[in-house]
Design a protein around this ligand. Sequence first.
Ligand code: NAD
Ligand code: UGA
Length: 457
Amino acid sequence: MIKVKNILCIGAGYVGGPTMAVMALKCPQYNFHIVDINQSRIDAWNSDNLPIFEPGLEEVVKEARGRNLKFSTDVEQGVKDAEMIFVSVNTPTKTFGLGAGEAADLQYWEKTARMIAEVSESSKIVVEKSTLPVRTAEAMSRILKSNSKDISFEVLSNPEFLAEGTAIQDLLNPDRVLIGSEQTKSGLQACQELVNIYKEWVAAEKVLTANIWSAELSKLVANAFLAQRVSSINSISALCEATEANVEEVSLAIGTDTRIGSKFLKSSVGFGGSCFKKDILNLVYIAQSYGLQEVADYWRQVIIMNDYQQERFVLKMIKNMFNTLAGKKILILGFAFKANTGDTRESPAIYVTKKLLEEHASVIICDPKAIESAKIELKDCKGTIEYEIDPYKAAEECHAIALMTEWSSFKLLDYAKIYKSMVKPAFLFDGRNILDHQEIHKVGFNVYPIGKEALTN
Ligand code: NAD
Ligand code: UGA
């Protein structure tokens, strides 16, 4: 039986960093070590300038770091020292070979598994924290057990459900924690070791245990169901615009039915983020590989609807700005895939910006936390792209504003002042429906919300 005292996490990203920091905060009797091959990321974790922006993260890291939390690039030593290892490396969509564009690229994960097998000198519990295809634990076990040393490995699946922007709150107060294990004596013992850690701050009834395949599959299904709700309401937003119904009224009316619920019914320019698209595509690929074409088609539609919503947004801009954007300057207000994060992975703003550049518009990007990431996302784009942190300066001489991220600071801007500095007629396309459209219309703007009647002059 493996008794846990030293815990390692491989991968110091959006999941590994916050997750281990909160565990270290809540479990001072364990030692937590987070490793990564990316030296600059580790340097940032050890500095006052953390590599990711997440409300509340700084306070948690400051309290635990140097006490029972450390960050380093010493991956192999970390493996040797630990009794429990979380693997939280990236699992992006494959871009080459079999399954390109759908399957998860498991190269980082497999390298990690092989390295653990190679350098381990004692038995360990290996915890899948990354989101992985169902039945990955089988491959993980085979790789780990292929070592010729007289040591054993138990593999657990403990998928992470945190959302960026609310990661610390989600970790401190999760709806549930899910732990999957083999249903053998040693598998259940390993599971109990992890349950003991979570029970330090999570109520016992919220810690769910399951068979390992259910845990792996549940993570993909949770994301698919959440994204499906956004695509469902976005499909209705198109119908609202065609019929003079109002998508917010429809959301309220259906969301107050407790069987449906009110969350994830906010219509938008489309969902972004590093996981929804990749995890649904992964689900599609898995369904196909089991010969379940109808299941695959059903879930693929969630992505098709999301692509359509983003395309529809750009087409609306072109159509209403007299069918030409050439030579016009457009302010992209917000670039992160959602508020309260600097993360721009799969942000709808990327698609919209690229399409506007194809139409020969010039763009100026403004975001309180995501300008540096935006520069990386757009580095290969041709055309005129400027970056400006001050929204008032950014709006000067613009023909239109495309609001892409629901930062609360954008609601507080003085739109009368902004309107004055813009080229007339001035247009505002609210991709998040966060502004007071009547007020902004009164100021002089032509306003185009999502799923609601446009207010034009
Ligand atoms: P990320 O890209 O921010 O972090 C992954 C880290 O792993 C990187 O810093 C990378 O350098 C490191 N890494 C890769 N190979 C390594 C190796 N061999 N040794 C050491 N370090 C290595 O990714 P993320 O957003 O933290 O996501 C990680 C996993 O968690 C993914 O499977 C993702 O689907 C899942 N997930 C993400 C979120 C989220 O909100 N971002 C939420 C739940 C689950
Ligand atoms: C999502 C899930 O919510 C997490 O539970 C999960 O752990 C995570 O994916 C993951 O596996 O990575 P995240 O992508 O960080 O979290 O953010 P969400 O809050 O889910 O938002 C995703 C996208 O949907 C954003 O672009 C957001 O603006 C959009 N969205 C969300 C809407 O357009 N409308 C809504 O009503 C809700």
